[in-house]
Design a protein around this ligand. Structure first.
Ligand SMILES: *Cc1c(COP(=O)(O)O)cnc(C)c1O
Length: 390
């Protein structure tokens, strides 16, 4: 019997090594990785420049502490500020920690205005993490069940419903922030369109609310912009990052601008590991590669190739509800639960995911090429056809 806590229904495979968009198991069988460890391995596997940069960093210093200056962290903070047009960065180790920081910050912002019970508007089908505050902000009962009492101070509305958000503001006088993903990942690849993004920015300005964008999954070039909110040209007050930022080395960040900046002082928040030299070296290399190799432009092209390829290959097939996404976030919604497809794809040498029960989710590395897209379509489309014909 395994001594691991049973928190994942793991697939019966273990990978020994990877190369680009391919992973290899213990028997030498190779798999096309169309998930990249859930939007984490931005540069694919065994990327030479990333390997070199973390090896070099490990060879000089791995960890010091936030009790001291960390030049690599300052450098990465400058890069993220420049790319986002935002002001300040707090580094942590994961997405839920980044969101915890954002939630604490929003409450702190409220308390400064003498709002003793601040509330944050959150969305249906949102995913913000598994800590107590972030699972309370998450819009999925399965994530919350059994962990009550939930953290209070969240008000939920349907995703993209500006009228509902406005109405909450009229009835709740303690609202301090709106928190959402510009593309919902776990929720099934649901996209906040440009008009909604701009209306929400205007409403937050009008009401003095912080706009918090959870960019943990859709950030770091994946949608064809550095961050999902850049699609509409708006800027949030707070954004959170993690997953793809370190290409596999754990790192998270909570980024602030304008009235959300300058709120925390020493003692208000912290992290032992957050922003250590190793993680920041991985972050710097990831961002440099995306920029220098034009990986955002490529994400748009390759994402379109996957969607168009799947549309063509599944044209006229009953049971396909929608094929959607932005850049390298791809959702193929079927009319029935399709979790079984994950195992069927694995057997066929393809790594995919199913989320929200009926949505096949593809989150390939940003180094995925149009050739890889064709390979993916030629492997996945027949599996979907067969699955739907059963
Ligand atoms: C994965 C995810 C999180 C949680 O990140 P962890 O690193 O698992 O804590 C939060 N928000 C979004 C949008 C995510 O996709």
């Amino acid at each position: 019997m395994s001594h691991l806590m049973n928190t994942y229904a793991r697939l019966p495979v273990a990978f020994t090594h990877g190369e680009g968009v391919w992973l290899f198991d213990e028997t030498g069988k190779r798999y096309l990785d169309a998930l990249s460890g859930i939007a984490v391995s931005t540069l694919g596997h065994n990327h030479p420049r990333l390997v070199r940069s973390i090896a070099e960093q490990a060879g000089s210093v791995l960890h010091t502490s936030n009790l001291y200056r960390i030049p690599r962290q300052e450098e990465l903070g400058d890069r993220i500020a420049a790319l986002s047009g935002m002001d300040e960065v707090f580094f942590c180790n994961s997405g839920c920690e980044a969101n915890e920081a954002a939630i604490k910050l929003a409450r702190f912002y409220g308390h400064k205005q003498h709002i003793e019970h601040p509330e944050i508007i959150v969305m249906e089908n949102a995913f913000h993490g598994r800590t107590l505050a972030t699972l309370s902000a998450t819009g999925n009962r399965k994530t919350q069940a059994g962990f009550e009492p939930l953290v209070t101070g969240f008000v939920r509305v349907p995703y993209k419903d500006i009228g509902a958000i406005r109405a909450v503001g009229e009835h709740h006088h303690n609202v301090v922030a709106v928190m959402l993903e510009m593309v919902q990942g776990e929720g099934g690849i649901n996209i906040a369109d440009d008009a909604f993004q701009r209306e929400l920015r205007a409403l937050c300005d009008e009401r003095g609310w912080l706009l918090i964008c959870d960019e943990v999954q859709c950030g770091i070039g994946r949608t064809g912009h550095w961050f999902g909110f850049q699609q509409s040209g708006i800027k949030p007050d707070v954004m959170t990052l993690a997953k793809g930022l370190g290409s596999g080395v754990p790192i998270g960040a909570c980024v602030t601008s304008g009235r959300a900046a300058g709120l925390f002082g020493p003692g208000n928040h912290g992290s032992t590991f957050g922003g250590n030299p190793l993680a920041c070296a991985a972050g710097l290399t990831t961002l440099a590669e995306i920029e220098e190799k034009g990986l955002m432009e490529s994400a748009v092209r390759v994402g379109d190739a996957i969607r168009n390829g799947m549309r063509e290959a599944l044209a006229g097939v009953n049971g396909v509800v929608d094929i959607r996404g932005r850049g390298l976030m791809v959702g193929i919604e079927l009319d029935r639960p399709c979790g079984d497809l994950v195992r069927q794809a694995l057997d066929a040498g393809l790594l995919i995911n199913v989320t929200a029960e009926r949505v096949i989710r593809l989150l390939p590395a940003l180094v995925f090429t149009e050739q890889d897209a064709q390979t993916l379509v030629s492997q996945l489309a027949p599996l979907v056809r067969k699955f739907l014909s059963q």
